[in-house]
Design a binder for this molecule. Sequence first.
Ligand SMILES: [Zn+2]
Ligand SMILES: [Zn+2]
Length: 351
Amino acid sequence: MFSRDLAYAFCVQMTVLASGSKGNATLISAGSTHILVDAGLSCRELLRRMAQAGRDPATLTAILITHEHLDHVSGLAVLARRLNVPVFFTEATHRAWVRMLTPRKTMTYTQWLEQLAREHAARQAEPYGEHLPAHLHRGAPATAVAQTEPQAESGAIAVLNAEEGEPCEPEEVRPEGKRDPAFLPAVEYFQAGQRFSIGEIDINPFTIPHDAADPCGFVFHARKESLRMAVATDLGYVPPNVKQALRDVDVLLLESNHDLEMLKDGPYPWSVKQRVLSRVGHLSNAAAAEFLLRDYDGGAHTIVLGHLSEQNNLPELAKLAAEQAIGDRLSLLGNRVVLAGQDAPLEAICL
Ligand SMILES: [Zn+2]
Ligand SMILES: [Zn+2]
């Protein structure tokens, strides 16, 4: 059987595993490079979604984080440890994430780094696990933070079997209080506006206006195939740098968070409505449509609308607004509009 899965194995693709305020995760693949953008579901659920999408978690190259809000990071630490993959953040996002996980410790980031160094020194006499993936030895950026390797971890990640319901972290390897909740196999830093590469994919991170420490969107450029895919969700409006970044993309995952009327009349408290509506909140259907009408160059194969609010939006409204804005540029070959959902993976967009 020449299955769809086999065909997918050879294409450059975006697979949205989940999108919305209850969790976000998107797989970007080119050749043998597979990047997970955000890990906003539990580790177990992320593994389940990858299996549903016909993807092997063991092939994951790296995890890339847009910002530290819980709907983008809730499964991050456990998944990264489980798969033993490096996590790419901006330094400010990493810092904010570490603080979020260690709220009761009144520890500064510097103190935390010092503590890691002390723990590292204490373990010097003991042998390390030899299971860091090869790509981590290729030469990390100067700013990379090498973290200490917990002794118990190596056994825990040897077997990947999500389908049998095996917990992501067996209880026996995480006695209470023994593990740093922010431990990651490796952390690498990038900066908005500075391109970097992971395997076969070049990445252009760009700043987005959102109420997080240092939020970013991304354009992924599959070098060999010369195809570009963008992720732009969690933004209060579309500033010039984002318009610029989103030119000439083949797949665009764009936020279409809420219908303005539904939000205004909806159940959210006033303060939350103000936050969503603000310049550092979320993009409305109307604002996404405005971008598609005035600034979008019309060159994409597919536009994925994502981060739809379950309370304050309807998929039909988001889709209608986007399709009206695209107007006669919509065709069988281009500008197809699809909706990413919260509860199941979207079928892979294969280029
Ligand atoms: Zn957010
Ligand atoms: Zn979000």
